[in-house]
Design a protein. Structure first.
Length: 148
């Protein structure tokens, strides 16, 4: 029997300047996917004049999204990382190098490294149902290592 439960997932976000020791993330959203890792384009293709397939490898960042409960300690910590890395007039960004370690309930561990935070919501949006929306934080990474 296979147990594919995600209950008990723990993410640790290390930001080289802002949170060098790392901050655990466990307060995941309920209204959007709490963890999403986007499909990765590994190669591109074309067809030669005579119909032969041509392929070439294409590097792409590994995109990962963490969605957390708005106003939670996890949201506050990720918001601090986002604000520290936001560029604005008269403001010096932290330029954190991000490492994301995911520990699944199965014991499987994935570490995404040499990353950057690329997107965050800078406030607390409210849904039409009257509740605050969960907030996604999007990261791009250069490398991935898996361990059991």
């Amino acid at each position: 029997m296979s147990d594919i439960s995600g209950f008990g997932l723990i993410a640790t976000v290390k930001a080289s300047v802002t949170f060098p020791v790392g901050v655990p993330i466990t307060q995941f959203a309920d209204d959007i996917d709490p963890l999403d890792i986007a499909a990765l384009e590994l190669a591109q293709t074309a067809m030669g004049l005579n119909g032969n397939l041509i392929t070439w490898s294409k590097p792409n960042p590994i995109m990962a999204t963490l969605a957390v409960v708005p106003g939670s300690l996890d949201d506050i910590a990720l918001g601090i990382i986002a604000e520290a890395n936001r560029v604005a007039a008269g403001k010096r960004p932290a330029r954190d190098i991000i490492t994301l370690t995911l520990v699944y309930p199965s014991g499987n561990v994935i570490t995404l490294s040499k990353g950057a935070i690329t997107s965050a919501i800078p406030g607390n949006p409210v849904a039409s149902q009257g509740r605050m929306k969960s907030k996604p934080y999007i990261f791009a990474f250069e490398n991935k290592v898996s361990a059991l």
